[in-house]
Design a protein around this ligand. Structure first.
Ligand code: ADE
Ligand code: ZN
Length: 315
């Protein structure tokens, strides 16, 4: 029924690899690594996927990521995501990974990086999916730890294209990370950041002016600030919007309230992405389907959104 949406060539520019960990793989990795889980089965885990806000989701997301231990685990996680992409005509991906989520648990940085990178390279060779990996700093941790993470990453400089900023937004404004972003940019890395998901438009201004980001992750709260909207339109700064994520985390009460199509019609370079598909009920095609069903997205609008994603690639 939605073949026309699935068939559109698309890029995914906002995807947390750890958020693509499906419950079935989570249980399989727990068994492989002999880790006890607090849920009896996959159904019980899925039943826990009911969130009132970003933090409630993050608590479960970090808990789930604990089953990722070996290079093979990170390979399997990434490969499973790439197979989904192939099935949905996602031809290019720029995924995030959160090294601190793993190094804090004692998993060496290189284990994470090698597993992810090997799968991405295989994805290029065997599935024809191009990629650019983005290293995301956790904003609930101090900037000092972000600096340490960047240092650990530098021996692998060629394996990633940019840095991002994610995790709990409220109370952790972009300005806290101004220096580490300057350092990353001086290494030739692109800068992006989550801003204006739950946080106010001021955080989007800071991310643009202080972190000098070239793309805004989420950014849906920009619509509350007319001057900001005008800047985003004038400078054609892309927004990586995640509709199912936004409704699952109660950023919008229901899809009918989402502002993505209003922004599109105003000339904002908005794109459609899945954020954490294993937790939010769908990959890119399902996000397009939700816009069709909940917002009346037309075929012409879907085509523009898909084209925007290809135009907003960093590599
Ligand atoms: N980490 C994973 N998903 C996220 C989101 N939607 N916002 C902030 N941090 C995240
Ligand atoms: Zn995100």
């Amino acid at each position: 029924m939605y073949d026309w949406l699935n068939a559109l060539p698309k890029a995914e520019l906002h995807l947390h690899l750890e958020g693509s960990l499906e419950p079935e793989l989570l249980f399989a990795l727990a068994e492989r690594n002999r880790i006890a889980l607090p849920w009896n089965d996959v159904e019980a885990l899925r039943a826990a996927y009911a969130f009132n806000n970003l933090q409630e989701f993050l608590d479960l997301y970090y808990r789930g990521a604990d089953v990722l231990r070996t290079e093979q685990d990170f390979y399997d996680l990434t490969w499973a995501y790439l197979l989904k992409c192939k099935a949905q005509n996602v031809v290019h991906v720029e995924p995030f990974f959160d090294p601190q989520t793993h190094t804090e648990r004692g998993i060496p940085f290189e284990v994470v990086m090698r597993g992810i990178k090997a799968a991405l390279v295989d994805g290029e060779k065997k599935l024809g999916i191009s990629h650019g990996l983005i290293l995301a700093f956790l904003r609930h941790l101090p900037e000092e730890q972000a600096f340490q993470t960047l240092e650990q990453a530098m021996p692998f400089r060629d394996a990633f294209i940019g840095v991002g900023l994610d995790s709990s937004e409220k109370g952790f404004p972009p300005r806290l990370f101004e220096r580490v972003f300057a350092k990353a940019r001086s290494e030739g890395l692109h800068a992006v950041a989550h801003a204006g998901e739950e946080g106010p438009p001021e955080y989007i201004w800071e991310a643009l002016d202080l972190l000098k980001i070239v793309r805004i992750d989420h950014g849906v709260r920009a619509s509350e600030d007319e001057r900001l909207m005008q800047r985003i339109i004038d400078e054609q700064i892309p927004l990586t919007v995640c509709p199912l994520s936004n409704t699952k985390l109660c950023v919008f009460e229901h899809m009918g309230q989402h502002n993505i199509l209003d922004m599109l019609e105003r000339g904002v370079k908005v794109t459609v992405n899945s954020d954490d598909p294993a937790y939010f009920g769908g990959y890119v095609t399902e996000n397009f389907m939700a816009l069709h069903e909940g917002l009346g997205m037309s075929e012409a609008q879907a085509k523009r959104l898909a084209q925007n994603s290809l135009d907003a690639r960093l590599v």
